[in-house]
Design a protein around this ligand. Structure first.
Ligand code: GLU
Ligand code: MG
Length: 442
């Protein structure tokens, strides 16, 4: 095959968190960078189970998916031939305007709003947990491998492949480890600018899948494999910079370390967390993970170095050559990989920006087990239990007027219809059976 016969896939990461797209010959790239590939509005209604939710678009309409050469990865075979070449991109109308339901354009819009109202931009990094199925290194849990060298060894070949694939595609590996759960691993990467961090999260998930596949195994990012098991979280780290690139999240003189603007941003996130949860952890089984004592997130609280807080003020250390101001960041833990990273980051940024717009004061910083506190005490602190089902999270999203002002009425309605369609597929299934359905997808 000559190089001009290579296939490039132009892809989006949609509401279902799935990467979908179409291929074209590499020789056509200059043309496709301009006119994109044809895309269908109703594709946005394809749920993670491939059932099409009730679509306002029906069979009508045409869009274009324009690949972005800055959001690309290539996987090569042993002789260096590309076997998978993907370019992520934006979905636009045939006049070139961003489509109302393009997840990547929605993130760009959120970034623009933060810049418009506060003159700020974000640095972000997504941290991913996943489990590996198959192979003979399987561990059923309870075998002493949590965080261990023996556990890391069981995934070492895959880990090396992951780091290599990341490095070759300009993703900067940070750590790789055997996580607590059975066959569970975690990979983190160095931070990037807002849009780049979300692109990299999409790419990372695919590279991990490729690396596992090359080892004859399958990686799953499903939010939780069985109701009694450990969850696979996505933790989104975020910090703010001014237009000159100076980090502005930290104030060494404040009690929490948060600057005034970052405190308002954090307050926006915790205030709106119940109404954006359906965008951050959007599967029917996500709520099984978001329960107390799983080191995930069950309340809309800001915690200091607390791994059960939805929003955690991360530790900084003088051991790191990097300035404290640069290290300082917030970690949003109520996320999972059933979501599109674009929507996750957009929702966090819109909520935080709203906190700045409204001048919200810093939320109380918790350092205790909220699950044993009286309801009145939580209410006094403005803390509530996060919605305990996808249906309840969607209701909370629909009830919050700010959602339509941030995302537009069309996207908000489409999102509800998509997710209600997904729930309908699961009707009558037990939690265990629902976990099995999602395990097959993510
Ligand atoms: N597995 C936990 C989650 O579901 C996170 C564990 C940790 O890394 O602190 O988010
Ligand atoms: Mg972890």
């Amino acid at each position: 095959m000559g190089t001009s016969d290579q296939i490039i896939m132009a892809c989006c990461c949609d509401i279902a968190g799935q990467v979908r797209g179409k291929g074209f010959p590499e020789s056509d790239l200059p043309n496709r960078l301009k006119r994109g590939i044809g895309w269908t509005p109703t594709n946005v209604m394809i749920t993670c189970f491939d059932v099409i939710a009730e679509s306002p678009f029906g069979a009508l309409g045409d869009l274009a998916l324009i690949p972005d050469p800055n959001a690309t990865y290539v996987v090569r075979d042993a002789v260096g031939e590309p076997v998978e070449h993907v370019m992520l991109g934006d979905i636009v109308t045939l006049d070139g305007d961003p489509w109302t339901c393009c997840t990547r354009s929605i993130l760009k819009q959120a970034l623009r709003r933060l810049d418009d109202v506060a003159g700020l931009n974000v640095t972000a990094a997504f941290e991913h947990e996943f489990q590996v199925l198959g192979g003979d290194a399987g561990d059923a849990g309870g075998t002493g491998t949590a965080y261990s060298l023996a556990g890391a060894r069981s995934g070492a070949a895959m880990g090396r492949r992951i780091f290599k694939l990341m490095a070759r595609n300009n993703l900067r590996p940070d750590t790789f480890m055997k996580e607590f759960g059975a066959d569970q691993f975690e990979v983190t990467m160095k931070p990037s600018s807002g849009l780049g961090a979300a692109d990299q999260a999409v790419i990372l998930r695919e590279l991990v899948r490729v690396a596992a596949m090359e080892e004859g195994r399958r990686a799953t990012f499903t939010p939780i494999r069985d109701p009694a098991g450990v969850g696979n979280g996505v933790h989104v780290h975020i910090s703010l910079n001014d237009s000159a690139g100076k980090p502005v999240t930290h104030d060494p003189d404040s009690d929490t370390g948060l600057s005034e603007v970052a405190a308002s941003f954090a307050a926006g996130i915790t205030t709106f967390l119940p109404s954006i949860l359906a965008l951050l952890a959007p599967s029917a089984i996500s709520s099984l993970r978001l329960t107390p004592h799983r080191w995930s997130a069950a309340y809309n609280n800001l915690g200091l170095r607390d791994r059960e807080a939805s929003v955690r003020i991360c530790p900084v250390t003088t051991l790191d050559p990097l300035d404290i101001a640069k290290q300082f960041n917030l970690e949003v833990r109520a996320c999972d990989a059933a979501a599109s990273p674009y929507l996750q980051l957009a929702a966090i940024i819109h909520a935080g920006t709203e906190g700045i717009v409204r001048g919200l004061a810093a939320p109380p910083v918790t350092e205790a087990d909220l699950s044993v506190m009286a309801a009145e005490e939580l209410a006094r602190m403005g803390i509530e239990r996060l919605p305990t089902s996808l249906g309840a999270a969607l209701d909370a999203m629909a009830a919050e007027p700010a959602i339509t002002s941030w995302f537009g009425a069309e996207f908000a309605a489409v999102y509800q219809a998509h997710k209600r369609g997904e729930l309908a597929v699961l009707d009558g299934l037990s939690p265990g059976e629902q976990c099995a359905r999602y395990l097959a997808v993510y």
